[in-house]
Write a protein that binds this ligand. Sequence first.
Ligand code: ZN
Length: 342
Amino acid sequence: MKESNNRQFSWNICGHEKIVRFLQSAIIHSHLAQAYLFTGPSHLGKETVARKFIASLLCADQGKNLPCGECLNCRQLKNGLHPDFYVVGKEINLKTEKARKEIVIDQVRELKYKLQQATLFNGYKVALITEAQLMNASSANAILKILEEPTRKTVIIILADDISNLPLTILSRCQLLKFLPVPTLVIKSYLENSGAFNSDLLARQSHHCPGLALNFLNDQELAKSAKDNANNFFQALKADLNSRFTLVDKIINWDKDENVNIFLLNNLLEDWQLMIRDLVLIKSDNESLITNLKQLPELKNEVLTLDFPRIRAILAKISQAYDYSRHNINSKSILENLIINL
Ligand SMILES: [Zn+2]
């Protein structure tokens, strides 16, 4: 492996500057702990940081762009084929074909066996244990055995949302790195640099979790098009009370994560507000200024059925829904309440 004293990193992590500097410095000075424990709630970026750290350790280039992403090691790692990297986490139980709820001892025994084999590249052997809070007593004990009998040039990274269930004997053998919530402004500027057009809304809705913001950004399904939202609006206006209730489930594909639902609801409310702005412009003969309804000439006729007092009343209801969404009120109830009162 080529060694260089002026190694530089290309991690592009959102937040966690201190942790990132600490880990990069450990690589530069070859001053690595035998085991690291990354702790903090999910979606903060523990696994993202861990994977950049691991890739930088294993990268064969060790140059000004760590990890380089192009050498054999980087490519094998990216494809899940690196012979000196092992992941232990939630697995599918082959008998029941369902995800196991725990990390079981057989998984840890297999890891121990692999760590005892010689490395193929004469570099580091690295193990990543994800969701370590799911280890049962016997698998935690087996991990402890591995930590007690370290093998040379082996680095173990343990990720845990919550360390209250981990034995102190494990904690005491790890370098503990605590991941904290990331400030909204940091997430916003990260999203802007990634080219997101709605970085402000995404950052606010991510509740200090960069992972959630990036999920929102990447998941096209989450951002319902303005066109769908406009159609849903007029459908709701025309529907009777019963149909309005069924629309609530049609308009938003409710997720089990309430943070996602609040994001979807805010996205919908924002689209509806923009659309109502267009309604006002059309009714006041300023059609050239409209934005949202441009692609929807068929909706112009609908616009004429609404008078200004009605439009004002609808706007007030939408503002009220916004207010509710900032006060931890269940997002589905907010939309139900809005739709039946439109
Ligand atoms: Zn590389």
